[in-house]
Design a protein around this ligand. Structure first.
Ligand code: FES
Length: 206
């Protein structure tokens, strides 16, 4: 048994009071630490939370952001929806694949980066869009894809991936999505009245 993994899972479960209703928190922590929730981790989490292994396994297999097999330290999830396709997703995919030297669904040989598709990530108005771990990037084109791929190889999911928070609710703390350099927030003053009733400006969101 992997003693480091066992210690990590014991401490993580203890931190949530070995409460079985916190399974998702524990699974996310294991995923973040190990890059997956492997078979051994399933057993350990089940033991520490007093669950059946199948209950832990069901959660891990159901949610796409959890994985039973190891992925790269950084996972690039390209939204593959009709809007992204209409906005040039195929060219963006080709640029990522070429720059990373892998196809969608694969991980680089050094284990640093996984490239995969995702359903809609809620940025359809700025497609093509992608999630890089938890960082949202939008308005992708081939140049941007190559730049992102190089940056990710060097530094992982670095905050540097976000050039500007763009306009609209890209700057909301729960989103913090990379925006379009051509339309930074300070250039969007004329659009703000259109957003009346929406977002932080109205004090409705924290
Ligand atoms: S359709 Fe791609 S982000 Fe929604």
């Amino acid at each position: 048994m992997d003693k480091t993994l066992e210690r990590f899972i014991k401490e993580t479960c203890k931190a949530v009071g070995n409460d079985r209703t916190r399974l998702m928190d524990v699974a996310r922590a294991v995923q973040a630490e190990c890059g997956c929730v492997c078979g051994e981790a399933l057993d350990l989490v089940a033991r520490e939370l007093g669950l059946h292994r199948v209950e832990v396994e069901s959660l891990v297999s159901f949610y796409a952001f959890l994985s039973g097999a190891a992925k790269g330290r950084t996972v690039i999830r390209l939204c593959k929806d009709i809007i992204d396709e209409l906005n040039g997703l195929d060219r963006v995919v080709a640029a990522f694949e070429q720059e990373l030297g892998i196809k969608v669904g694969e991980t680089t040989a050094d284990g640093k980066v996984t490239l995969e598709y995702s359903p809609c990530i809620g940025m359809s108005d700025q497609a093509p869009a992608a999630l890089i771990n938890e960082i949202v990037v939008t308005n992708l084109d081939t140049d941007r894809a190559r730049t992102i791929a190089r940056l990710v190889r060097q530094k992982g999911a670095t905050p540097e991936l976000v050039r500007t928070l763009g306009d609209g609710n890209n700057a909301h703390p729960l989103v913090r999505a990379d925006g379009d350099e051509q339309h930074p927030p300070e250039a969007a003053g004329d659009l703000r009245p259109l957003r009346a009733g929406i977002g932080p400006a109205q004090g409705r969101w924290p």
